[in-house]
Design a protein around this ligand. Structure first.
Ligand SMILES: *[C@@H]1O[C@H](CO)[C@@H](O)[C@H](O)[C@H]1NC(C)=O
Ligand SMILES: *[C@@H]1O[C@H](CO)[C@@H](O)[C@H](O)[C@H]1NC(C)=O
Ligand SMILES: *[C@@H]1O[C@H](CO)[C@@H](O)[C@H](O)[C@H]1NC(C)=O
Ligand SMILES: *[C@@H]1O[C@H](CO)[C@@H](O)[C@H](O)[C@H]1NC(C)=O
Length: 331
């Protein structure tokens, strides 16, 4: 193949207010109205220390997944298609997340250069992401771990370190998928208070605190300082043990003849408006909150939020036995 034919032309196609970047392998019909070619456009700069590794996510359209996905290196004009695993490079598809990941290991100076994520849909190649990788003795922006996880509702924090020269640069925490960013020191009301960023210039790091994690927060983010950035994957898991729908503190209560006992029965929020009963196992007779006339010695009160309390007064010996409190069994 001639060099000229292999030369890639990067273009931006403005369409419905979105900017799509398109490039063609051979020069041809790229003079479509609204296509604006660019040279050296906006780059993300990823700085990795010699011998280090990095994983980069390449998102694609979930509604219209591309037929082909590859990682393109400007250095040797190579295309590495998805589901390739080599010693120092893997390109793995994750259709469930509508992205493929590129992992580069044992990075050396010779790997410094421009790379892009490319997808092919109906014969049309689109650059979805471009970056400039720079291998250097110490990274400009780094994280201790490029993977953090937490359970739903938890808080997680990520510390992003930056080198001295980046002290006064804009510091951000961004989501890859939509490139939405949270900025240090900006009190923007449109920003969710569930993400807080604090800069510690003395330590040359900023800390991102994400509170009350939701499952939808899972995904790829990056710390960004000026034009330098570093990716971080966040995994939000469902809590290991979902609290039971109905529970009691102790499944056994006792009292003396003539005395009183009370049992507190906890229910989850979904049961707020459900019928609450206190039932006797032996004859399946139940007391409900509304019919106090039935037996004035059994009173049920509901706090309307998370628990109801059964109070049995003037206990008789014959009251001994098993009671069912919702799903719990009380002796
Ligand atoms: C992977 O990187 C190491 C370190 O640079 C190198 O020695 C090795 O040959 C590389 N492997 C391949 C398959 O290129
Ligand atoms: C690549 O592998 C993943 C599983 O790791 C699989 O779900 C996906 O379908 C594969 N994609 C291709 C294009 O083979
Ligand atoms: C999460 O962070 C918020 C705000 O700093 C705090 O009020 C809350 O107690 C934290 N929750 C947990 C589970 O640590
Ligand atoms: C803020 O939170 C809402 C839901 O509470 C979500 O729909 C929205 O995408 C969030 N905004 C950002 C910038 O993450």
């Amino acid at each position: 193949m001639k060099t000229e034919q292999r030369k890639l032309t990067s273009c931006r196609l403005k369409h419905n207010g979105h900017v799509h970047k398109i490039f063609y392998i051979s020069i041809g019909f790229w003079l479509i109205l609204g296509v604006e070619c660019f040279i050296g456009g906006f780059h993300h700069v990823l700085t990795i220390k010699s011998g280090g590794s990095v994983t980069i996510p390449c998102h694609y359209d979930e509604k219209n997944p591309p037929q082909k996905k590859y990682w393109f290196s400007e250095i040797d004009q190579s295309k590495i298609y998805t589901n390739t695993s080599e010693e120092n490079l893997s390109v793995i598809d994750h259709p469930d997340q509508s992205l493929f990941t590129v992992t580069m290991r044992n990075l050396q100076n010779k790997h410094t250069g421009d790379y892009s994520c490319v997808v092919e849909t109906d014969g049309l190649s689109t650059i979805t992401y471009e970056l400039h990788l720079r291998v250097q003795p110490a990274p400009d922006v780094s994280v201790v771990s490029s993977s953090v996880s937490g359970h739903e509702g938890d808080n997680v924090s990520v510390q992003c370190f930056y080198s001295f020269g980046y002290k006064y640069e804009l510091k951000q925490w961004c989501r890859y998928k939509d490139e939405s960013c949270y900025t240090v020191g900006r009190t923007d009301t449109s920003q969710n208070s569930s993400v807080q960023i604090s800069d510690d210039v003395g330590r040359r790091s900023f800390t991102v605190l994400m509170t009350g994690l939701r499952l939808s927060d899972s995904g790829w983010y990056f710390c960004s300082v000026g034009e330098a950035m570093n990716p971080v994957q966040l995994t939000v898991e469902v809590p290991k043990e979902k609290s039971p729908d109905v529970s009691v503190v102790s499944s056994s209560v006792s009292g003396h003849e003539g005395g009183n006992v009370s049992v507190q029965c906890f229910y989850s929020s979904g049961y707020k408006y459900k019928l609450k009963q206190w039932c006797r196992y032996k004859d399946q007779s139940c007391y409900t909150m509304t019919d106090t006339s039935q037996n004035p010695s059994v009173q049920i009160s509901d706090d309307g939020r998370s628990s109801f309390t059964v109070l049995m007064t003037g206990l008789r010996l014959s009251d001994s036995g098993w009671f069912i409190s919702c799903t719990g069994v009380i002796q």
